[in-house]
Design a protein around this ligand. Structure first.
Ligand code: FES
Length: 342
């Protein structure tokens, strides 16, 4: 004879029955099975009903009071990575390009003018390949001067390049890349050159927005590597500033106005680099607890304070580089002599 042991009830391991199960316990087996098959369907219906009610209860959107037809923003389809957010569906349907009445275009205009002037000046100077060294000062555009064709000997000459290539070309790519990929400059030139957008609450002229998820703007992610090269260049320009304490004959203990100019330029470049967003992440990022890393916390606190001034430091250091080069250019061209303090 075969005997079957009674099975324990399926209660999910807790040993307790839910209310529905308790109510159904007194029913005959056939009706109990039908009821249990209906339970999941009922739960789904409840959830669907709740979601439908939520969709119908949208909050009032800004602009509705002004008689403007407002379209609620929609999330891009296809996930966050590589998604294309088509601006037409994401923005309020306002006929005017902007409702702003202030002169929001002044700041982008100034940015364009200053950057174009700097680009024009630095391009001319980089290709000029002359008047970049006046003992003991070297222009930051030409430092480190690496080829055997370089004037002066502030840095070891490492190779002989074609004479028609200016020595500045070999090194300008790094400071240029550093500034071009800088988070602040990106905002500045996206707004001023590409009008993307020109200011807050002003529609941009482009139909599609793909952010920095595709080439060539994907290359902006190289900023951290340019930051490392920038630190090396800062070290070399600091070395140049130290050499500026020698006189024309190589004797230490000299200080002229040019010495102060080179020192100020190096200090501004360090401040600009240390206030970089990548620097802030390098010193304080990827930590779960600052209390376990007090030294990094100290660095992070200092860098954060500088970071709050990153925009100002970006502009001041840009002017600093251009003015230092102009000073050396005028000295080397014999326009005036370097005022000497001792
Ligand atoms: S964010 Fe501007 S230099 Fe790094």
């Amino acid at each position: 004879m075969t005997t079957t042991a009674p099975r324990p009830p399926r209660t999910g391991g807790s040993g307790r029955r839910s209310g529905a199960e308790s109510d159904a316990a007194g029913l005959p087996p056939g009706r109990r099975r039908r009821l249990s098959s209906l339970l999941p369907a009922g739960s789904v219906a409840l959830v669907v009903g709740y979601l439908v009610r939520r969709r119908g209860r949208r909050p009032d959107l800004p602009g509705a009071a002004m008689g403007v037809k407002v379209v609620a923003p929609r999330r891009p389809r296809g996930g966050a990575r590589g998604a294309v957010w088509t601006g037409a569906r994401a923005r309020a349907a306002i006929g005017a390009r902007t409702l702003r009445t202030d002169r929001y275009w002044v700041q982008p205009l100034i940015t364009v003018v200053v950057l174009v002037l700097f680009i024009a000046y630095s391009t001319v100077r980089a290709f000029q390949s002359a008047h970049y060294f006046s003992e003991p000062y070297i222009s930051p555009f030409y430092s480190p001067c690496l080829t055997t064709g370089c004037e002066g000997n502030t840095f070891p000459k490492l190779f002989t390049g074609p004479s028609w290539i200016s020595p500045a070309i070999y090194i300008l790519i790094f400071p240029l890349g550093f500034r071009l990929t800088c988070y602040y400059y990106r905002k500045a030139y996206y707004r001023s050159f590409w009008l993307s957008p020109p200011a807050c609450a002003v529609a941009e002229p482009h139909k599609r927005y793909t952010g920095e998820t595709r080439l060539p703007l994907l290359g902006q992610n190289a900023h951290r590597y340019f930051f490392y090269f920038g630190l090396i260049l800062n070290g070399i320009l600091t070395y140049d500033a130290v050499l500026a304490f020698r006189d024309q004959h190589g004797a230490w203990g000299h200080m002229g106005l040019g010495t102060l100019v080179l020192v100020a330029n190096a200090v501004l470049l360090w401040l600009y680099s240390l206030s970089c967003h990548s620097c802030r992440h390098i010193v304080g990022g990827r930590l779960n607890s600052f209390s376990r890393h007090p030294v990094r916390y100290r660095f992070w606190t200092v860098v954060s304070k500088l970071n709050a001034r990153h925009m100002q430091l970006a502009w001041i250091s840009l002017f600093g580089v251009a003015l230092t080069d102009a000073y050396v250019y005028l000295l080397a061209g014999g326009v005036f002599s370097d005022p000497r303090f001792f």
